[in-house]
Design a protein around this ligand. Structure first.
Ligand SMILES: Cc1cc2nc3c(=O)[nH]c(=O)nc-3n(C[C@H](O)[C@H](O)[C@H](O)COP(=O)(O)OP(=O)(O)OC[C@H]3O[C@@H](n4cnc5c(N)ncnc54)[C@H](O)[C@@H]3O)c2cc1C
Length: 355
């Protein structure tokens, strides 16, 4: 059977757009993404670009346009455990960005040879040794066929749900609320509050706003978020006028078996495959690095097997993050680490007492 494309990529976030950029010279590619359709909101994100992601861009010979960055750039994370009195500061080298502009920039790098389809993928089935994808664009339905299927559609992935249903993955609801900013010295924080979530929360300042977000177990997530805001607001944060709120699913693998690279013609990239740090929920670098490995695998006779082998290294690194999570998320171990001040910045000049 003659397929319309060698591969179709569902999703053009950091994973899908990086894959399309890197593999376009070897494959006839189509990329489907629902972004831009009526009612589809940009992906909620903290918008911090980690050193690993910066390294990926450096390896790709890419330089970040300044329009992607926001103010301020912050060099430390203030770590707050709501059950402890003192925060700790740790040096970090993240870039503070506008996530929608970052994704837009990555998409702009996809070569013209790639067919870009603005639509929502609504169903996928196997057909003649390949795949048939159905999609809708503002009420209009259509379909295409491809030999390989690349799932780069993030948390809640339709590709994962269709072909890897048996391989569940721990899932949270991430909620972010944007407030008008009043602080003279904005800060970036990581917040732990065992009474409302076994994951973490964060605050970040961006161009005159402070966003406060966190990841919560799906059951009663909104109540948990409100409860946490109330305790955080008593001591550490001043929440002014609320401007907007956003929410989405986020995967947080609890074991290596939840990280799936693919099989039988299907490849999972980025968060869809579970490539996201379970300790920090940093996922942009994992999305881009997995796409780089997948594009390399397409030089091999069996790209799916090649990707599975190449992604073994990423899985190993995620295993180390899982081990790190035990120390970060076990309250008494975290307490020991924070009270010991290991790795934290000393003699820091802060305005903690004025909040
Ligand atoms: C609140 C929050 C804050 C975060 N903060 C950070 C951070 O500061 N730094 C960091 O590194 N990581 C952060 N992460 C994680 C990071 O955002 C993700 O891991 C990363 O975006 C994964 O990239 P991806 O390309 O795999 O998927 P995504 O970025 O989720 O992209 C998936 C794409 O697929 C499209 N899509 C999905 N379903 C369909 C469909 N059916 N049809 C068509 N298109 C579809 C979507 O429109 C989207 O464009 C955060 C996550 C959350 C939820």
């Amino acid at each position: 059977m003659m397929f319309d494309y060698d591969a179709v990529v569902v999703g053009s976030g950091p994973a899908g757009s990086s894959f399309a950029r890197l593999a376009a010279d070897r494959l006839r590619l189509a990329v489907i993404d629902k972004q831009g359709l009526a009612g589809v909101r940009p992906k909620p994100c903290g918008g911090l670009l980690s050193p690993d992601a910066q390294r990926f861009l450096a390896r790709s010979g890419l330089t970040l346009p300044k329009e992607v960055l926001v103010t301020p750039q912050i060099f430390a994370v203030k770590t707050i455990d709501l059950s402890l009195d003192s925060p700790r500061y740790y040096q970090r080298s993240y870039l503070n960005m506008d996530r929608a502009r970052f994704d837009g920039w990555l998409r702009s790098l996809i070569p013209d040879s790639v067919q870009r389809i603005q639509a929502r993928c609504t169903g996928i089935k196997r057909r003649d040794g390949g795949f048939e994808l159905s999609f809708t664009n503002n009420g209009r339905a259509d379909s295409i066929t491809a030999k390989y299927l690349i799932g780069a559609d993030g948390a809640g992935s339709i590709v994962r749900r269709t072909f890897f249903k048996e391989q569940g993955i721990r899932t949270y609801v991430a909620i972010q609320r944007w407030y008008r900013h009043d602080r003279i010295e904005p800060f970036y924080s990581c917040v732990f509050d065992r009474s409302s979530s076994d994951c973490c929360s964060w605050s970040i300042s961006k161009d005159g706003y402070m966003l406060y977000g966190g990841a919560f177990g799906p059951k009663g997530c909104r109540e948990s978020f409100e409860r946490q805001l109330e305790s955080a607001g008593k001591r550490w944060f001043r929440f002014l006028e609320q401007c907007r709120e956003e929410a989405c699913l986020v995967y947080r693998p609890a074991r290596l078996s939840e990280i799936v690279s693919g099989r039988d013609g299907v490849i999972l990239l980025g968060e869809a495959g579970g490539f996201i740090s379970p300790s920090s929920l940093e996922g942009i670098s994992w999305a881009m690095r997995s796409s780089e490995l997948a594009s390399r695998a397409f030089s091999e006779a069996d790209p799916v097997a090649g990707y599975r082998r190449l992604a073994g290294g990423l899985k190993f690194e995620l295993g180390l993050k899982l081990a790190k999570s035990v120390f970060m998320y076990t309250p008494f171990l975290r307490r020991i680490i924070m009270e010991s001040k290991i790795g934290s910045l000393k003699n820091i000049n802060t305005n903690d007492e004025r909040i």
